[in-house]
Design a protein around this ligand. Sequence first.
Ligand code: ME8
Length: 523
Amino acid sequence: MPQDQKPYYVTTPIYYVNDEPHLGHMYTTIAADVLARQHRLAGDDVFFLTGVDEHGQKVQQAAEARDIAPIALADQVVQRYETLWPELSIRNDDFIRTSSDRHKAGVHAMWKRLLDNGSIYKGFYEDWYCVPCETYWTETQLKDAVFPDGKTYLEAEICPDCKRSVEKIQEESYFFKLSEYQDKIIAHINENSDFIAPASRKNEVLRFVEGGLRDLSISRTTFSWGVPVPDDEGHVIYVWIDALSNYLSALGFPEDTENMKYWPADLHLIGKDILRFHAVYWPAMLMAANLPLPKRVFAHGWWTVEGEKMSKSKGNALRPADLLDQYESDTLRYFLLREVPFGADGDFSHDSLKTRYNTELANDVGNLLNRSLSMLQKYRDGILPAVAEEQSEDRALIADIEGMQRDVAMHLDNQAFHLALERVNQMVSHGNRYVAENEPWRLAKEGNDNRLDTVLYHLVEALRLIAVQLSPFMPIKMEQMLTQIMSKDIDIEALRLHDLAGWGLLEAGHQCQKPSPVFPRME
Ligand code: ME8
């Protein structure tokens, strides 16, 4: 690896194994994959981590319901993920399982650090607990949450997040001195404006922390499926302390491994449901352990399906395998990141997917590729001509390409996937307008060879650079597109901007392939 490569570490949540993968898991992981690909393309030294969260009461109960051991359930679900991710072109560098020895070693090391620093003590715990969410609620929090009829969640014994029953529990427990970190967390958030995104989420976290942080109960005695507390095996470590440590254990923590160079993470991508754990508990743990904090936590929004909340009971959770039976993986990748501003909630509808595909991909990108390569075939036997005379409209096209390259990089730095794609689409429209305005068929008829050569060259070169920008989003389709343009097998994983982002790298005399549709219309 060259010396100047910048490390870039991006993570997804580790997903619970009590359930099958669904649209939501797919969404976060695709987003992380696009960023990982974008950074590899830019020449960075990328580490992209995903994995599964295998411990906890919820998983234990799901396994009991199926009459199998928790680890057997975990093995089944892990297999689903391990076959699913490649089918969606997800190219993670590692896959962490919390049942692995390397992970347990990391969790134990984290625990010991907190214990040695005096951040952990033993006490008694009495509170409300939501099993499905693995979340504890204080009396105050349940009292503050009120139904429209005025009844409090405490009276109803209902979880304010998932609206299912909470149970009262009392047990001996270890505690983490979270309360000591209230001011430090507030200061960190205020001093690091990029730490929590989008901005609305930042305010939400600040309000929560300003409301007061109580010490956090971090061990359980009521079930056994977890990482045991060192030297006190009647306790298992609270599943969130266990789970959050994955971001370090996967790098080899506590050993001083080569991969520890990736810490602190550049980005934890998560859904808005688990923001508090990532933007409050995790930073506090890291502060207590004297470790650097992740640079950024981005909490994206929530998908519903055809206007309804996805749920097991409704049976409407979209399964990636079913989606992949209906659509190509690149179409799904494109749609999910294009349809909804990243950070906002969104609705999955088959109609919107088809409309977006047909208008933006089949009509716009597909058409520009087809008509450009067809005209090149028809008028120049597929051989790229030299530029004869560049006019202002040609220079405007090049300037727009360069603007697109800058803007896409900027938008992806902000995780604004939808804006990055919108920007590419503007460029594609510019390309189609350029065809309409220059009327190559007229130039051919008039015998205006100089102008025709120039227009054909600009079209193909623009298409090449558009495909490069889209390649993190649609690696398979863009491999096909680039293969037609470059007339050679393209290894999309090996592309680097450094070698291919400059305007004019395609040489006159280069033979392009005959076009074959990359985005056939969907009926
Ligand atoms: O929370 N819309 O795991 P989990 C968008 N193990 N994203 C969704 C979604 C939806 N409807 N449903 C799920 C856990 N997600 C813990 C995490 S991390 C140290 C431990 C995505 O299986 C989204 O990324 O419940 C959300 O944060 C995650 O799945 C929750 O996955």
